[in-house]
Ligand binder design. Structure first.
Ligand code: SF4
Ligand code: SF4
Length: 311
């Protein structure tokens, strides 16, 4: 049984709209998805947040930048007291799409931390997982971010995210980070702060891919055999509240994609973030499932990368 600690991160999944359709996507996001957060929902979340001292707001999607009120949301969070730190989980390519070219400056002006997907430092693997041309666009976006001080100025952190291309566990984070830093600097003159290795969880589009290739059972066995108890204390569900595009609450973004929503009455009546008392969350039981073995395998996996130095 897993139980919550004090909430430190409000992770807001603002919707499933995305400019890409990656093979490993656990959200099944894409350009045709219609589910996006409205301003009314954003205002209700902000009202709740203002009454808490939760220090970090972590925006994810889809491509969170694509919702019409993305800048409004960040602008309002930045006005809250005590001050809050904002993270944008960015697929990089959106920063080069028509209509979004000034977005990187907006992010820099507001000291938004960027955690960006970059599954490899070579074009072949990135394009295979994320689509043709994504590597080149990602390199262009990283250069743009570096030119604004991202990855260089301590107020503008730039972290990259690696996830395996196929049905395997990520390699050791520290070693891979050194490889990324060396190769991206030597080949493209790019710098960044940290590399986070994240395990693909067997849900969403990645589960369909495994099923279609008869690899789902083998992948589950791999995860279960690699169970590492040293990861438990650092699981992100312990200190993160995950909310969906309608403001509904989950233990993590994976549970969100599986519809494992918190209930107001234990019988399915949905619970929204504005209905919860943040002081009541410590000790609350976390809803778990077989997919959780993805977070506890090997060195572990969270939104901040590996959890344990063991592997
Ligand atoms: S993995 Fe990220 S960038 Fe790729 S389709 Fe899903 S939300 Fe979009
Ligand atoms: S999937 Fe991972 S983060 Fe989510 S509840 Fe399970 S262990 Fe926690």
């Amino acid at each position: 049984m897993l139980r919550r600690a004090r909430p430190e991160i409000l992770q807001v999944n603002v919707g499933k709209l995305c400019n890409l359709t990656c093979v490993h996507c656990h959200v099944n996001a894409g350009p045709k998805r219609k589910e996006i957060m409205t301003r009314e929902t954003i205002d209700r979340i902000l009202g709740w947040l203002a009454k808490t001292d939760v220090p970090t707001v972590d925006l994810t999607g889809g491509a969170p930048e694509m919702i019409p009120d993305f800048r409004y949301f960040i602008g309002r969070v930045k006005k809250l007291r005590p001050p809050r730190h904002v993270i944008d989980r960015c697929n990089l390519t959106i920063l080069r799409e028509t209509g979004y070219q000034d977005l990187s400056k907006f992010l820099a002006t507001n000291n938004v931390e960027i955690i960006a997907s970059m599954p490899c430092y070579s074009p072949k693997n990135v394009n295979a997982q994320r689509g043709e041309g994504v590597f080149e666009d990602s390199i262009g976006a990283l250069r743009l971010l570096n030119s604004l001080g991202y990855g260089i100025n301590p107020k503008l952190p730039l972290h990259l995210v690696y996830n395996p291309v196929g049905a395997s566990l990520p390699p050791l984070q520290a070693k891979l980070e050194a490889d990324y830093k060396r190769e991206l600097a030597a080949q493209f003159g790019i710098v960044f702060n940290k590399l986070y290795t994240i395990t693909n969880l067997p849900i969403g589009r990645f589960a369909s891919y495994l099923r279609q290739n008869n690899k789902l059972d083998d992948y589950m066995r791999l995860l279960i055999d690699a169970f590492n108890p040293a990861t438990i204390d650092g699981l992100m569900c312990r200190n993160t509240i995950s909310i969906g595009w309608r403001g509904e609450v989950y233990d993590c973004d994976f549970n969100q994609q599986l519809g494992m929503q918190w209930s107001a009455d234990g019988e399915g009546k949905p619970l929204f973030v504005w209905d919860i008392d943040p002081d009541s969350l410590e000790g609350r039981e976390i809803m778990t499932g077989d997919h959780c073995f993805g977070c506890t395998a090997g060195a572990g996996s969270s939104c901040g990368g590996a959890i344990s130095s063991l592997s």
